[in-house]
Design a protein around this ligand. Sequence first.
Ligand SMILES: Cc1ncc(COP(=O)(O)O)c(C=O)c1O
Length: 421
Amino acid sequence: MADRESKDSDKAGTLPLQTQSGVQPESNPGAAPRGIGTIAVHGGEARPKLGNALATPIVQTATYTFANTDELRDHFERRIERQEYGRYGNPTQRIAEQKLAQLEGAEDCLLFASGMAAITTTLFAVLSHGSHVVVTDDSYRRTRQFLTQVLHRYGIEVSVARAGDYEAIEGAIRPTTRVLVSESPTNPYNYIVDLERFGEIGRRHRIKTIIDATFATPFNQRPLEFGIDLVLHSATKYLGGHNDLLAGAVLGSADLIDGIRGLQAVTGAIADPFTAYLLIRGLKTFALRIAQQNATSQALAEFLQSHPRITAVYYAGLPSHPQHNVARRQMRGFGGVVSFEVAGDLDATSRVVDACRIPQIAPSLGGVESLIEQPALMSFYELTTEERLLVGIKDNLIRYSVGIEDSDDLIADLNAALERP
Ligand SMILES: Cc1ncc(COP(=O)(O)O)c(C=O)c1O
């Protein structure tokens, strides 16, 4: 027994975190498919891990050593897979990527320092001078800004089409169009894009399709199954889930991800090992969190819909939502963001936000703590009311990111806030 113990610990002492490549996804071809909760806990993680640890070790190193020049040659000739230098990846990051790839049903995943790093590097990787992009209108403000204000400086043209107007999307396509980009659900209006239709337009024109699925997460929607080429996430939101990390991810075929990885090695917006660790840890409770956030958001949306001070509710789980049927076809749940409009002006709406006691005022969404914001006074603060209206943001709009607090408490709190004059 003593013998065995010492042998095991010897082995553990020299065991790489995963394999040489840093990846040893659990592969058992004959095994029954696993549910999303099981993948969230175990996906991408080797058994055993370094030192027989149960939790994934954080490999906090900037560089990786080679035993000799032969190993160096083997690495560069791709005869072995291993880590080389921190900007090209690290083992903890690779485990997080494998877990996310399994959750999304993707061949591969690449992690970034933020959602925006994922979006910008992905677009730079698939576009070049003289190419053209079609993007749908309702989307995260910084994504819009990158597309409409930054890319043209590099000779890339961008057309904006209404999300849901598939004729306009197709009509905007040119011989130089390389990608169609959209969110679904969109931020902040929870507009739902018909993924099958969007993907089909792309395939027919031999154009890549990209969906930012941050609001949905792979618990609620897996765009690759509907023929989308690349899925983007701000992992800062639901994937991390605890409002304590910034990260982004792009997922798709190994080929496409490889090309993006090549550019990331140059531009350098990598996720550091500690962030990757936090992400792996946050993902353990992914399925529980999203199921709870879906259920509470549905209840909150229904409550709001029947409240006399609320003039509009934007939540795809409501049968009154214009794309409810599309959402039901392609989503398992409708997510944790409920956007709504209060009867009254900018100030009356601010009073409702200020009167809430549980959700805190902050940008971001998707974590365990509920957050509330008035987009006119957060992301779009520097615009005038008229300018905001041009981009579709009304002064009386509230975006509520539902956390995992008790549903009844959140509804009672919002009810009390709406009762105040
Ligand atoms: C839909 C969506 N995509 C991308 C981003 C950007 O992500 P990050 O803040 O991680 O850079 C956000 C941030 O709010 C978002 O809501």
